[in-house]
Design a protein around this ligand. Structure first.
Ligand SMILES: Nc1ncnc2c1ncn2[C@@H]1O[C@H](COP(=O)(O)OP(=O)(O)OP(=O)(O)O)[C@@H](O)[C@H]1O
Length: 812
């Protein structure tokens, strides 16, 4: 890495001035056009109806009106489109103006005698000739060399094939307000210098775009577009989330003709994380993708019948539960229900249900049973059993609806209908009259001739009065018949809707039935072996279900069973699914996502060392269920080992907490983690408040006191808040936004985010003692960018006791 010569600096500043000037004049030119087009569109909308002639006297007049409206619509949408396009251009030029580019490569293609200067920025900017790229978008194929190569032989892929040549220069710029601040020529990877500067900055309440300093291995993730599944196993702070967001921006650019932002979904670990990453895409000039959590999805698909435990309630249970047989059983149940063995068992269960054991609910109306559950069951098993379960259910649904239609007709003669009829008021009679009138009108010739589309779109032009002039005289009997029909139909509507929503299937009963004794379970699932604590697992699951509640670990299996029976519900609009913190999803949940988004590719990013939920999936193991999801050939696995978030001292400390993990720190140095032993909670509060003040004075703006559980967070918050003048924020599972400042937060909610300094509230052996909590402790410590402080009142957790003392400083 070297600084450039003075005359080169001058040339660069001149070029920058030239580009800035061109941007300015392009903005000046296009701005009035955009305003003009916007006004035209508004005006057009206002005058829309003035321009069309509506005459509805004859069928021909109707048709003419219809086509005149269509024409106006086409004109309007054309104007809207050009307004949108110019608006986008204007926005992208305005975004470029303060810093039009951040990089340059000089590239001489093989067989060509000159080298091209390629300046790279967040979007492209083309000169007035429409041909010369003054700035290339970082996502263009040619710009990929900036991230992938050092000067020397280099190449890039284009849709037309591979282009090879020689990179003669690679330069980085730091530009602010149109002025060159720093310029570096680089010979190795990009930007150690620039990256140093970026990483030395403080944490932010929003994640930053890393477009200027994307590393080669991250670029591979961003541009990987070959397989259906991309798995990224990356160490803490290796830029997985950053790369994922850049990848979304890349996909939106590459497939801009067919991919829209709402066709990409990001599954985040919690709602607060959603707020943390929500600005990256807009910063890059793209609309935000859909952001959600798996919990939101599960709740949505489960509907309102069952109350679902949240993943945070589950983890709190795990962290605070004892070693009693009941707790052991729940833990074992969580593991089992997340496993592929259970998925397979469920599939076998569905096969068994094809032969026997389906549970139905009878159809009831008022206090009568219209169709008995047994009758439904009989009908179901009368279908050919080679037909798929869900298809047989569809046939059954049709059968029930037909039966209901017959019953509905008969019902019209029932006494209760006559009773209701007697109590109807004039308005209801009048409505029946209007209904009959409508029916009559529909039979009229003019309406019959009317094109269906016309009827849908412009039915309102029919003008009621016109027809009300007809003096139609309906017989009272006819009106009453209609009223009976209306009364019964009103009551049956709910029944029909329930049938359409498969309420005649007792899915809760079907799931409950699975948790019978071992012999029955083995019989239903084709000899699946069960965990040791099966009886207790069954008891707990059934008890929960009886209260119409569902453990978090049961949600995905329950939905899979529901889908086996009712047929799969799909979202075919979504083309790409991102799953961040993927290690915390069970194989079952991945299976569920695959089913739900059949047309989507998937990018799963995670770190098995941060697997804090018991249902974790090892993303990169050879026989990982994730690799099996789409198969080896459709799966690409990339590993990231370089960690960018924390200083070398923090990475070395945290890395040693794991048995064996390849993590390479980025060369950025600061203090070693500090271990502070205190005599009790009073001293702990005193020291922590002192440290918080010192950290603030040093300029750190984002500081977290990390605890193990929500209860410990509350305790810490109350203790510190009562004695400190600092404003503290208590983060709970319901917190929606991420803000700078000092906060108290349980480790499992701090997933994915980072802080300038982290204070581990209690790193004692009685808090982090189980081996299963090692990863949680590691996750908490790896949130720190610049400083890490740990406190204890007694013995240190065994994870620290076994560390080399050179890795930390001890404060008395
Ligand atoms: N190429 C890069 N240039 C600049 N900063 C980077 C780069 N890669 C990562 N970073 C920074 O490193 C930090 C960690 O990145 P990120 O949160 O994406 O990592 P992660 O792998 O998702 O972490 P974790 O698994 O621990 O949550 C962020 O501050 C990010 O801006």
């Amino acid at each position: 890495m070297k600084m450039i010569k003075v005359n080169e600096w001058q040339q660069e500043q001149e070029r920058l001035d030239m580009v800035t000037e061109k941007l300015r004049s392009a903005i000046v030119e296009i701005e009035p056009e955009v305003v003009g087009l916007r006004d035209q569109v508004t005006d057009f909308r206002k005058r829309f109806w003035e321009e069309v002639s509506i005459n509805t006297s004859t069928h021909e007049d109707f048709e003419e009106a219809f086509y005149s409206i269509r024409q106006q619509e086409a004109l309007l949408s054309e104007r809207e489109r050009s307004h949108q396009q110019r608006m986008q251009r204007l926005k992208s030029m305005k975004r470029l103006l303060p810093s039009p580019y951040f990089g340059r490569i000089d590239f001489q293609e093989d067989g060509i005698s000159f080298s091209e200067h390629i300046y790279i920025g967040v979007s492209s900017f083309v000169d007035v000739d429409g041909l010369s790229f003054l700035v290339y978008d970082w996502r263009t194929p040619i710009a990929s060399m900036y991230y992938d190569y050092s000067p020397g032989a280099s190449a890039y892929e284009t849709p037309g094939g591979r282009v090879e040549g020689e990179m003669t220069l690679k330069r980085q710029y730091h530009i602010g307000d149109g002025q060159l601040k720093r310029v570096f020529d680089t010979s190795v990877t990009i930007g150690d210098e620039l990256l140093q500067q970026v990483l030395a900055q403080g944490a932010n309440s929003q994640m930053k775009s890393i477009v200027a300093t994307i590393q080669k291995e991250q670029n591979a993730i961003i541009r990987n577009d070959k397989t259906r599944m991309l798995i990224v196993q990356g160490a803490a702070g290796s830029g997985k989330t950053s790369a994922a967001l850049q990848r979304a921006a890349y996909l939106l650019y590459k497939h801009r003709d067919k991919l829209k932002a709402d066709q990409i979904v990001l599954f985040s670990p919690n709602p607060m994380f959603n707020s943390y990453v929500s600005t990256v895409l807009p910063e890059l000039g793209e609309e935000n993708m859909q952001q959600t959590t798996i919990q939101e999805y599960l709740v949505y698909w489960l509907g309102s019948t069952l109350q679902l435990e949240s993943p945070f309630e589950q983890i709190e249970y795990i962290l605070t539960s004892s070693s009693s047989p009941e707790c052991e059983a729940r833990r074992s149940g969580i593991h089992y229900k997340a496993s592929e063995v259970f998925l397979h068992a469920l599939q076998q269960y569905a096969v068994w249900l094809g032969k026997e054991g389906m549970l139905f609910r009878g159809i009831h109306f008022q206090d009568r049973e219209l169709i008995a559950a047994e009758e439904i069951q009989l009908q179901f098993y009368s279908y050919d059993n080679t037909i798929r379960l869900a298809n047989r259910v569809a046939l059954l649904q049709e059968w029930i609806l037909k039966r209901l239609a017959t019953l509905e007709r008969k019902e019209q003669k029932a006494h209760w209908v006559q009773d209701e009829l007697d109590y109807l008021d004039n308005e209801q009679y009048a409505e029946a009259y209007r209904e009959l009138l409508k029916k009559y009108q529909q039979e009229e010739e003019v309406v019959l001739h009317m094109n269906e589309q016309l009827l849908d779109d412009y039915g309102q032009f029919l003008g009621k009065e016109q027809h009300e002039e007809h003096n139609v005289d309906f017989a009272m009997q006819e009106i009453e018949e209609l009223l009976r029909k209306m009364i019964v139909s009103g009551h049956y509507k709910q029944l029909r809707n329930d049938v359409k929503r498969f309420k005649f299937i007792d899915v809760i009963g079907l799931y409950d039935q699975l948790f019978s004794d071992e012999a029955a379970y083995r019989n239903m699932t084709n000899e699946t072996t069960v965990p040791e604590q099966w009886t207790e697992i069954c008891k707990q699951t059934k008890e929960k279900l009886s209260r119409l509640e569902l453990f978090y670990e049961d949600a995905a299996p329950f939905l899979c069973l529901k889908e086996c029976v009712e047929g799969t519900r799909r979202n075919t609009n979504v083309r790409h699914v991102f799953v961040d913190e993927g290690q915390d999803y069970s194989p079952f949940q991945f299976y569920f996502l695959k089913q739900l988004f059949p047309r989507a590719s998937m990018t799963v990013l995670g770190d098995f060392s941060q697997a804090i939920f018991p249902q974790a999936t090892n993303l990169s193991e050879e026989d990982s269920p994730l690799i099996k999801l789409y198969g080896q050939d459709e799966t690409n696995l990339i590993r990231l080992v370089r960690s960018y978030r924390s200083t070398r001292e923090i990475v070395e400390f945290t890395k040693a907490l794991l048995p064996s993990e390849e993590i390479v720190p980025f060369e950025r140095s600061d203090q070693k983690p500090h271990l502070i032993k205190v005599s009790g909670s009073a001293e702990r509060a005193e020291r922590m408040i002192e440290h918080l003040a010192e950290l603030r004075a040093e300029g750190f703006e984002s500081i977290a006191v990390i605890t193990k559980t929500a209860a410990e967070s509350r305790e810490a918050y109350e203790l510190l808040n009562s004695q400190s003048s600092e404003t503290l924020r208590l983060i709970t599972k319901d917190t929606l936004t991420f803000e700078k400042g000092t906060m108290v937060i349980p480790a499992y909610l701090a997933k994915g985010v980072e802080f300038d300094a982290v204070l581990i509230y209690d790193a004692s052996s009685h808090v982090y003692d189980r081996e299963s909590e090692r990863k949680l402790f590691y996750t908490a410590c790896t949130r720190a960018m610049h400083r890490l402080l740990l406190y204890t009142t007694g013995e240190w957790t065994p994870f620290i006791q076994s560390l080399d003392p050179n890795l930390y400083e001890v404060e008395g």
